[in-house]
Design a protein around this ligand. Structure first.
Ligand code: CDP
Length: 262
């Protein structure tokens, strides 16, 4: 089973996806880490972005390894965030990284987090969430993660990335038409995770493989349990809203993978 969680920068996707994966016993795919790792590699050694995306070996798990080097911290700087967003508009980069992601998702149960999991990487995902929160809430959370005192500074960078991510020609940030939109502006991440876990149980029971009668639940066009409203079938532009605390626990062992070309 694949659960796709997409949304704008700082929407709390990473924290929610990690916690959810741990709770469900699923592997966790942090797709942004792939774009970040390629961007880091290019800042160190300029070259063709598409070729680099194809050739580097990236392993995801408790740590992010780039050709064997632990780059977990190095890929989180604002410079790498910006560079990642820039190279993410390159169709060759996207093709290479989408392939790596699809290879991973072929086996087992996954929570995948990013911008295009539900639209491009795994359009057949059994559950798709589009996680948002207000730009201010997102900037405040991100500022806290970065130890940056002034969240307004972070909000400027964020607006640029939102724009780049939503206006690019290839795989722009969009909610999948069959996604459920959750706004976590004033909600603790645990609450959001509880709601999504309920939706996963519902999806499983619909497939006849989970316990009957899941917990919270929004269906297409319905109202979500567990607090906030959830809408389905409505795309929304990045920068509208996003939610989220960042950081958080270790992923539950996303299987390491290597580029087939590496
Ligand atoms: O954590 P945050 O949302 O700030 O960023 P991220 O998920 O680590 O992704 C970094 C950048 O990679 C984003 O700004 C996107 O441009 C790009 N990205 C993408 O294009 N597609 C994805 N599935 C994931 C990330």
């Amino acid at each position: 089973m694949v659960v796709a969680i997409d949304g704008p920068a700082g929407a709390g996707k990473s924290t929610a996806a990690k916690l959810l994966a741990r709770e469900l016993g699923f592997s966790f795919l942090d797709s942004g880490a792939l774009y970040r790792a390629v961007a880091l590699s290019l800042t160190r050694q300029p070259g063709s972005a598409a070729e680099r995306a194809r050739d580097v070996r990236i392993e995801l798990g408790d740590r992010v390894l780039l050709d064997g080097e632990d780059v977990s911290a190095a890929i989180r700087t604002p410079q790498v965030s910006e560079a990642a967003s820039r190279i993410a508009s390159d169709p060759g980069v996207r093709a290479a990284l989408v392939k790596k992601q699809r290879d991973m998702l072929q086996q087992g149960d996954w929570v995948g987090e990013g911008r295009d999991i539900g639209t491009v990487v795994a359009p057949h995902a059994e559950l798709k969430i589009f996680l948002t929160a207000s730009p201010e809430a997102r900037a405040r959370r991100r500022a806290m993660d970065l130890g940056q005192a002034d969240w307004r500074v972070v909000m400027k960078d964020q607006a640029l990335r939102d724009q780049q991510d939503s206006e690019r020609e290839h795989s722009p940030l969009r909610a999948a038409p069959d996604s459920i939109e959750l706004d976590s502006t004033d909600r603790p991440v645990e609450d959001v995770v509880r709601q999504i876990a309920g939706l996963v149980r519902e999806a499983k029971s619909r497939r006849g493989e989970g316990e009957a009668g899941g917990a919270a639940g929004a269906r297409s066009g319905g109202q979500a349990g567990g607090g906030a409203g959830a809408r389905s079938g409505r795309g929304r532009e990045a920068g509208g809203e996003g939610a989220g605390a960042r950081g958080g626990g270790a992923p539950p062992g996303g299987a390491p993978f290597e580029s087939p070309d590496a």
